[in-house]
Design a binder for this molecule. Structure first.
Ligand SMILES: CC(C)(COP(=O)(O)OP(=O)(O)OC[C@H]1O[C@@H](n2cnc3c(N)ncnc32)[C@H](O)[C@@H]1OP(=O)(O)O)[C@@H](O)C(=O)NCCC(=O)NCCS
Length: 246
């Protein structure tokens, strides 16, 4: 399966809202917190452009307004064009001034996430990571722990999104492993938790998330500076194709 990854920064956003459907404009007006409004608006802008590019649709403001991203009861985003469900699955994430949308054919289970490499407390690790995952974080050099902790967290979030559950599920029920950590000099083939290679170019690296009594996922991650991009999908996908706006 082909998955496309599309990103936009806050700087890409127009000042006006004529590209939002009337009910989206109403929803935006009802949001009390500026940060939530800004995140939501950037996410909608990114998702609409992703869908327009993927389906080769016009992306004039009226065309984007006809393309609506509605939340399902779970919170998962669903795409409608002129009120008709579109033949795509999407997943959204916002972090800082950037939003990402992963997009795949309809029916796919898909989750994407953006994270910054930032410190995570021991309490956070204890609450959200399994003991094996905590062990993996503890194993890597101190300077790399934040990266590994955020990467594990990000992969879990992807799986929880792909299951359309979010934090209704215990994140410890999704166990993350890194499947190409097995070729590095720190490789320990006896361990299911191999040491993660340092990224050089932002190439995609494979990962796996095993979800207790639910669908397991294969996925991919990459890093650019302090930004981590992570996704999972079922059926499994090739490394995501990064698509940009013309
Ligand atoms: C999914 C979730 C883990 C992501 O949280 P996050 O890291 O803060 O945010 P991200 O920016 O990476 O992702 C947010 C996007 O995830 C998507 N999302 C939200 N709930 C989702 C779900 N159940 N399944 C799939 N995707 C979901 C939405 O598109 C959301 O953006 P939007 O609201 O602007 O459309 C979290 O929002 C969640 O668990 N939500 C559902 C349950 C809930 O509301 N619980 C309350 C707190 S326990």
């Amino acid at each position: 399966m082909v998955v496309v990854w599309f990103e936009q920064a806050a700087a890409n956003l127009p000042a006006g809202n004529d590209w939002l459907a009337a009910c989206e404009q109403e929803r935006l007006a009802g949001m009390r917190f500026p940060k939530r409004r800004a995140d939501w608006r950037l996410g909608r802008w990114t998702a609409k452009h992703a869908v327009a590019a993927y389906l080769k649709l016009d992306c004039s403001p009226p065309a984007l307004a006809a393309l609506e991203i509605r939340p399902a009861a779970s919170g998962a985003p669903q795409v409608f064009i002129e009120d008709v469900p579109a033949a795509v699955s999407i997943s959204l994430s916002h972090r800082g001034d950037v939003a990402a949308c992963a997009i795949a054919p309809s029916g796919a289970m898909l989750g994407c996430d953006l994270e910054l490499v930032e410190p995570r407390s021991d309490a956070f690790l204890g609450d959200y990571l399994t003991l094996e995952e905590q062990h993996l974080v503890a194993q890597v050099p101190a300077a790399d722990r934040s990266r590994v902790a955020n990467l594990i967290w990000s992969a879990k979030e992807c799986a929880l999104k792909a299951l359309a559950m979010g934090l209704r599920l215990d994140p410890r029920s999704a166990v993350v492993t890194f499947t190409d950590g097995l070729s590095g000099s720190n490789h320990n083939s006896a361990s299911p938790m191999a040491v993660i290679p340092q990224p050089q170019a932002p190439t995609w690296h494979p990962l796996r998330v095993v979800c207790a009594a639910r669908q397991n996922f294969e996925g991919w991650w990459q890093q650019t500076d302090c930004f981590l991009r992570t996704m999972v999908a079922f059926p499994t996908s090739e490394p995501p194709l990064i698509m940009t706006r013309n």
